[in-house]
Design a protein around this ligand. Sequence first.
Ligand code: NAP
Length: 485
Amino acid sequence: MGRDRDGDWDGAPVKTVNWINGAWEGADGGATFSVRNPATGEEIARVPDCGAAEARRALDAAAAAFPAWAALPAIDRANVLFNVYAQMLTRARELAALLTRENGKPIREALAEIQYAADFVRWSAEEARRVYGETIPASVAGKRHLVLKQPLGVVAAITPWNFPAAMITRKVAPALAAGCTVVIKPAEQTPLSALALAELFEAAMLPPGVLNVITGNPEPIAKEMLAHPKVRKIAFTGSTEVGKLLMRGAADGLKRVALELGGHAPFIVFADADLDKAADGCVANKFRNSGQTCICANRVYVQQEVHDAFAKKLADRASALVIGDGMDEKTQIGPMIDEGGLKKVIEHVEDAKRRGAKVLCGGRVRDGKWFEPTVMTGVPAEARVLREETFGPVAPVVAFRTEEEVLRLANDTPYGLAAYFFTKDASRLFRVAEALEYGIIGVNDPSPGVPQAPFGGMKESGMGREGGKWGIEEYVEVKHVSIGL
Ligand code: NAP
């Protein structure tokens, strides 16, 4: 990667080859695919279009590297991660600019993502030394029971485009800390951040094969991951549909799966809430990454008494958001990732309008690539925007009367990733937090994600947790050693 004297991204070539067994290489036949800047449509790089053969090579390399990496003292593994953490901070602007260019998100959000991604690396480095075993009191004299925690083995990871750095470090850092080795396949829209991170691991002297990054066709690559006998875990973040495919595929080899899948978050505002705080929180949560965030609000439920006032506050704030190229520091709303993403948003808004919804602000495509931040009211329950994940900057606001009613509405979905509510009532705080069938709950808090807490969903939003001590536990095998004295 190149950097100019100001420390800014200067458009110099990035790593556009894969990192397999410590070497940088292209696809076997030399095939490549294009990576485009979603704001301009410009091709910013071509990366290897790999398939089964390269995937097998990467998996074999990870398998060969595993015994030595697993045997290293935890502090030695941690030191590599501390080194990567330091590099991420030093090169944060450069990494953020690269991320914005391939993903489109505003540069400030990209910087925040790099910090968030780096925090997982530091947390895992710190936690590596605390993967403690246990001793259990025996039932008879002359015996001892030990519980050992040992690294699982080779981990195969597949990640999405919406958080091109953080979704990688959230898997790679705890896996490496625990002593596993990893093959990662990033999303086709955003492979450059993954390759840039691999460069940092190389600079940190990570031994060859411990981490491998392969770009290309997901189906043959995933097939190899599922079939390889040394792969013990599939770690996936992406759509529920693909998550289910991978879980089915993992069944034959009884490989563990961790699935961070789609969401359909309710954002509930009770009449006793601080409405300005709730409206600020709703904007921060809903419109982050142009609504292309798995934990962002998809449905906004507002108690009848404050519905109109809240909808106005939300629309006033949403319509003031600045749309533009993410590289412009003023931009708050970047482009949609691609035509498919934009099309789904248009369909959801048009469907709601046909069913009688009123558009308070936005509702239109801007310059073919952006969708204006949109607030709608009067959206009927059957509307797609209230049934499916929209993944765009659209906030349907729906009135409710009672706590019981809103809990029924909020839980009436196959998804269960994140939910939010705003209230000042302490009893309600516990009642509602406990009743919501979601893995992450933000109470008067629109951004609950931190590296030290568990992140993950219930129901069809997935299984397993990333982050905190739970994140590392996902990568260890628990072994009972019973000793007769
Ligand atoms: P996606 O289509 O499932 O893609 C995610 C990854 O899976 C990409 O690397 C993709 O590769 C790969 N993939 C696609 N088809 C595959 C197949 N048949 N077999 C194996 N891998 C395959 O999801 P997306 O549209 O990129 O991401 C958006 C979704 O991710 C949303 O539903 C969002 O809620 C969810 N998400 C969840 C979390 C969470 O933590 N729960 C976080 C972020 C996003 P290609 O890119 O090469 O097609």
